[in-house]
Design a protein around this ligand. Sequence first.
Ligand SMILES: C[S@@+](CC[C@H](N)C(=O)[O-])C[C@H]1O[C@@H](n2cnc3c(N)ncnc32)[C@H](O)[C@@H]1O
Length: 206
Amino acid sequence: VGFYAERVFPWLLDRAMNHPVLESLTREALAPAAGDVLEIGFGTARSLPLYGPGVASLTAIEPNQGMSARAQRRLAAARFPVHLHAGAGEALPFATAGFETVTLILTLCSVRDPAAVLAEARRVLKPGGQLLYLEHGVSRSARWQVWQRRFDPLQQILGCGCTFLRDPSALVAAAGFTHQRQQERVVQEMPGLAEMLPLTLGQATV
Ligand SMILES: C[S@@+](CC[C@H](N)C(=O)[O-])C[C@H]1O[C@@H](n2cnc3c(N)ncnc32)[C@H](O)[C@@H]1O
């Protein structure tokens, strides 16, 4: 992890994600979060003030120390206990069946092995537990898919591994989750960028 990934990218991400529409969609995705919650790919803790009132505690995991450093000021203002761990979603350092909710906010695009992360999310969820996510993915439009493929190598460099080309709801279903909600949104307030980053908001149970 170099200077760009640890210093520039967290700063950039904090600014790029500071869009009111993205904030309201994240709030909507996280509204059903309840009980002991695990967030995978915590970033700069942008999600923290957007959780609803049902959260008892939040455990978060994030591999990039530069992200976690920027998260500190938000941790201080949390309304519930927060435990931040260094590590990756592919090998969660948590006991089986320990959480009521697992959340993923714009993270499946960036992990090395999304199937392994989702299998770990299933493992740590209690029976009947829920996965909540807001993820961007591959466009349903063939025309925009061409642009996504064209720009993906650059996106992976600038976004520290982030790809345009995954299908988040298909990955969640393939991991054995059952969707209660799966809604795709092209955010018209971000013209051009919106079609490159179509969003899926999902709620699924084990
Ligand atoms: C686009 S950022 C989103 C951060 C945050 N969820 C947000 O919405 O602001 C993707 C995050 O996933 C993290 N990440 C990358 N690989 C990961 C992995 N294998 N396991 C967990 N998190 C990972 C990155 O370090 C980064 O913080």
